[in-house]
Design a protein around this ligand. Sequence first.
Ligand code: ADP
Ligand code: MG
Length: 827
Amino acid sequence: MNDLTSNAVREKTSQSGPPLSEPRPVNVAGAPSLGLSQAEAARRLAEHGRNEIQREQTRSPWGVLLEQFRSPMIVLLLGACGVSAMLGEHADAIAIGAIVVLNALIGFAQEFKAERALLALRSMTAPRARVMRDGYAVQLPAAEVVPGDVLLLEAGDVVAADARLLEAHALATNEAALTGESVPVDKAAVPVAADAPLAQRTDSVFLGTAVTRGTGVAEVRATGMHTELGKIAHLLASTSDTDTPLEQRLERVTRTLLMACAAIVVLVAALGLWRGQGWLAVLMSSISLAVAAVPEGLPAVVTIALALGVQRMAARHALVRRLQAVETLGSATVVCTDKTGTLTTGTMEVREVWGANPHAVLFASAACCDASLGPDGKEGTGDPTELALLRAALARGIHREEIERDRPRVAVRPFDSETKRMSVLRADGALYVKGALEVLLPRCNAGTEGALEAMRTLSGRGLRVLAVARGSGPEEEGLELLGLVGMADPPRPEAVTAVAAARAAGVRTVMITGDSQETAQAIGRELGILLPGEDAAERIHARVTAEDKLRIVRRWKERGEVVAMTGDGVNDAPALREAHIGIAMGRTGTEVTREAADLVLTDDNFATIVTAIREGRAIYENIRKTLVYLLVGNVGELMLMFAASLVGLPLPLLPLQLLWINLVTDSLPALALVMDPARAELLSRPPRRPDEPMLGRSQWHHILLMGALEVAVVMGVFVWTDPVEHVERARALAFSTLVFAELMRAFAARSATRIFWEVGPLTNRLLLGVVLFSAGLQLAIYELPAARALFGLGELHLWELGLAFALGLIPATVLEVSKLVRRWKRG
Ligand code: ADP
Ligand code: MG
């Protein structure tokens, strides 16, 4: 403790005077109040602007729109449109053009919406800062910090602005973000030359750097683009979103499909020319094939599924910071979670004080705190453990601010989950220490009698136990143990259900805590993390340090598990990064962990992790089943066109008809399908293997078989209508059969195992609506002669439409029956 500095900051003053109107050096010891008033801060915010680093990478709406026209599919269609126009087929050209524009607009709307959703999320995970306003310590979005604000810093914070230190206790920051130097720099409130190079400005802290240890108070000098980080902001790699692994894998699927299609196009074209067909007919069938094979809806499906899923998770208190996490979440097998505040409520309450003089115990506790109660004496800012102590002290008439006034702090050793203690040296020479009993005992030479005994009783009841001691002089030696404080931190009721749900879903819960083994086990039993006969060493890790966390993650990973790990402390960031899914606490966690995390819990609640896992599984399932649904359609169409040209029949479907099917009767239901709500059954089966491909062998089997079935039905009706004589009527019948088949199959596609009324026909009303809408449009085409002419369709009798509908039921029915057969075979 060599940085003996001035007095402590009074985080709460009863006699808060007028706010400082001008930024001037603050004499901390003599200042009646510190920091700005809200009014002054608002004025400065207007003057200096928000404390933000501008990044130039937000895409303009026009950019997003233009991008829609860059896909090869669109280029191909525009080509087809041009060819039709040149051939004098104006109606065709206009129709294709309209569909292209429609497609681009839908794509634009989806992407724009997704981007906005992600932006909103980013602002929800925006950094925060603790500053003095109107004489109180408050927490604000970092963007609202203004020059002149007084920042309160502690280990784990990311510094919110450039600021000069007024006070520093064992303070060190990591300035790698600025200087590239990864060794923490010691900071002190001792002025250095203003023109010293950045790395030597030890009297200041800088925006974007992380506090690795200690505490401090600093006055803000510069915000936003005027900070050192702001000056180099243009050098920073822009945070352009890279595609998630899922999107990359899908890209590969699309590419495979395109290659297959290209090969077939060449084959069919060669066949046609060899048969002596005109080049126009060959061109037409090539375009049809291309249209048939490309799953237009596919990229949109993934974007929508991810963006909506992420929004849905945000509404349930899980903010996704990296999209990849959504995919990984669903396959998590082990969740390593904090105890305090996550499995427990974290609203602590002092239940018992053990010691010869309880008043002295609470006085010492209040004298050794960093947290501060607000004006109501209940809420406050800072560590919940300390807030509980302060409340208990207040109930006995002990005010922290009076202690700060009468016996100012001389030096502080902040609490650290590594040292598991905190000490404060005061002006009267007394040293107050609080921390874990094992840590304090060796440093005490009085008052220790019966302490271990008492500790065991208290923690056996699940109470969190803190030992309190007093000494004199700066050294933590020869202390007198004043007593113990037992705090209740009851398990969250929803955590009990969540632990059980996770267990049923094949996800192991592992408790990690800095608390004692006895307390942890008592709570672990209460929560059902530790069932009778289970190995406590595997499920509960007590008295852990940050390195332990890293080791625990690695060990699970080595066993091939997919590990989610929560963390809140300064040193937890490496463990969070090492885990497959790093989870940070939104309320009590440090900024550093939030930046390292994939997922942030805004309610710090364990149950939210389980909800997020379920949502993750749902998103994955939805994408998979929608993909399968779309691919059956595309593969079916491809096989249909291929088969027809092999046997030398006329094209069963024209390019425009195929486009219509892909866009209206495939893509629309697909969009509804991908929004299927998460079902409870998702948590009743084991997690999917992380290396399991999205489209595995059984999915491809399904795609090919169902595709073949659709081909058989459509080809059957096409041939039956005598296409050589009445091609337009045959096409009309084939067209509507395929449309109805696709629409009906959407209902069967909702679950791979359950038939449609088990899933609940009304649980996805959007799908119902979309299917009815598409079916209506389909019927409208036949009713409107102009539309019929445009699509090149012959007239159909009502009974023929009925026939098309009945035939269209076949694939969906076969699908449902096959589910029942499979279930029956399994018994
Ligand atoms: P967890 O958050 O997992 O419960 P912590 O690292 O916060 O664990 O705490 C570990 C131990 O450190 C506690 O059991 C207690 O003995 C001690 N401790 C916790 N908070 C404080 C504090 N603010 N000051 C001193 N000691 C503390
Ligand atoms: Mg803690």
